[in-house]
Ligand binder design. Sequence first.
Ligand SMILES: [Zn+2]
Length: 408
Amino acid sequence: MTKIQHCRLCNSDNFEIFLKLGTMPLAGNFLKEEDVGKEDSYPLDVCFCKNCASVQVVEMIPRDTFFRDYRYLSSVAAKSVLEHFQTYASEIKERFLPDNGFVVEVACNDGILLEPLKNLGLNVLGVDPAKNVVKITKDKGLDVIDDYFGFNLSEKILEKYEKADVIVGNAVFAHVDNLDDILLGVKNLLKENGVFIFEVNYLGDMIDELQYDVIYHEHTMYHSVLALKKFLERYGMKIFDVKHLDIRGGTIRIYSSFNNANFDISKNVEYLINSELKKGYDKLETFKNFAKKCEEHKSQMLNLLCDLKKQEKTIIGYGMSGRGNTMLNYWKVGIDILDFGVDASPERYGRFVPGMHIPIKSPRPLIDVDYVLLLAWIFADDIIEKEHEFVKNGGKFIIPFPTPHFSP
Ligand SMILES: [Zn+2]
């Protein structure tokens, strides 16, 4: 593990740590039984860049640690996520692509977006470094390169393919240390009038809704339109549209192109930037205040859980994601509080939460359980609907954000 010396977006060294979440294991690293207790832990500190107003994790973990064997498959996610990508594909096709247009997706995971794009008659190519995931994607008949995207790979792609009409990169800008190399690759591979579209978790939602659970080592950056605009400008690119979406606890989708491409800048861009300035996302003080609220939230959460345990209630966790791992490790909640956790992803069954060592099981009828701590609270609506029997039998969900509360 190393620490950043310069801001990942603007190279300035004028940044300051405002939040320390303590020592944490890597959030995506769900443990096999024989590895329990052998996992590495690292500090998790978050800083604010006073030069470009970006927010990022200070620690840098070598990327192969995360991405060569990746335990997250997009397509096993909730129904709302699948619908999101269907709509996303249709929109890209209608707004930006000719028939038979060519789309490249960086970090395509298991093809959750590529598949609907292909079904719309487009030529698609995916890139993803996770060998285990690429295999699944190829088995679906999709064209995928098993590697990291950057300038060198863009050169290799151009030996075999034409330039792209659209390049998509979802969540990728939140996951890497070398954003410059990705953007150099995009610039090299994109047609003059092409569009680079990417989605990232929105810093605004993290701050407004106190979503510190989105912070883990794998998520290196938390983006605002303010900071991304400055970053893209360094490469002769502009943001011409932006959409603020509810998905993943709050996401922004950025539409960018070369400065002289034929796209007028939409009012949405100015609107979000003004709202960011009004909320003080360009000021360190705003983030120091956020850190204070994180500590208060942690105390509230622990009080609530400890009260239930004193009443001898049974509590389990639901949705053992990276976000869940941040919560459990920051709160130091282990098997003294949660009997076990369940998750929809078969890749995680039989494994253990890193750091807190809570066993993970497949979803099962929730009998003999009084309370379910909804770690996957961003999918609360989907999950509560699915578990209506549990609710009918008097069970209650504990929803951690924005303030800890019960449902029903
Ligand atoms: Zn910066």
